[in-house]
Design a protein around this ligand. Sequence first.
Ligand code: PMV
Length: 327
Amino acid sequence: MVTSSAPGKVYLFGEHAVVYGEPAVPCAIERRARVTAEKRDAGLVVHAEDLQLDGFTVEYIDEGTDHPDVDAENSLLEAAMGYVNEAVKQVREAADAPQAGFEIWIESDIPLGAGLGSSAAVACAAIDAGCRELGVALAPEEIADRAYRVEAAVQDGEASRADTFCSAMGGAVRVEGDDCSRVEGVGNLPFVIGYDGGAGDTGELVAGVRALRAEYEFAADTVEAIGDVVREGESVLGTEDTETLGELMDFNHGLLAALGVSSRSLDTMVWAARDAGAIGAKLTGAGGGGCIVALDDTDAALTALRYTPGCDEAFRATLDTEGVRAE
Ligand code: PMV
């Protein structure tokens, strides 16, 4: 039996636009998903007691069906199982063990589907744990690639490499199409996260942006403008100029809101953080609900968010320089 963990992330810049080839800069944070894997003769048993959902246990014997038979209404639960199922397929392929069965335990302190990369973290940790349990060690780059294929399969192809590369490698990363690299020398940014307790449907939100982009040239221009914000942001990343970084985060949020992926609660949290003096604030991830990320080196934004109606939880997050790892 082996355990692996992988970090969640926030997007400093570039979500959604990254799907269309613009650059994005996600940063891994010290909140992790842990996956334990144990070999069994056949099939897959999954225990996930702490996905910030009611605990669930699923048992099924894979008989060539695409999805596990989950007796649950909850679409998040369904999606979580989809990621585990696809991750196990990747393990079987990577280890050349098509019949391998597993018992899997998932634990996570990353809210599910809330823009903090929970699915990428579960996919990376599951691939690493499953492979190591079969005696195969994969390089983090290969885990990133295989976890990307997991996300692409579950999200009907609507996925970039950003979340999975960031979770596998740790630190701040830059992703532009298939080009993925670590960004060194970023230092510790004073992230504050506000969480509205909800979640957005990534596939639906990405499809919404795709439709807008196809309908209006100015929506396509908005996506490109996000790319410009990211390029500008990269030029100040790692310097003392956090003011410009914050200003660009604010700009990035406005462009995402124009593309229809913010929500009342995300906007409310963004403004609560800004009014409290945060250097910058934006939604993180797919949007629709979930989390915002602000930069603030005082306690003001954190305190303000804790008193903001609609903000369920607020916490600080530090950059996690480590990616997927054995526990
Ligand atoms: O909400 P998350 O953490 O799944 O992030 C989604 C980010 C998108 O850019 C909207 C999609 C993607 O795969 O890059």
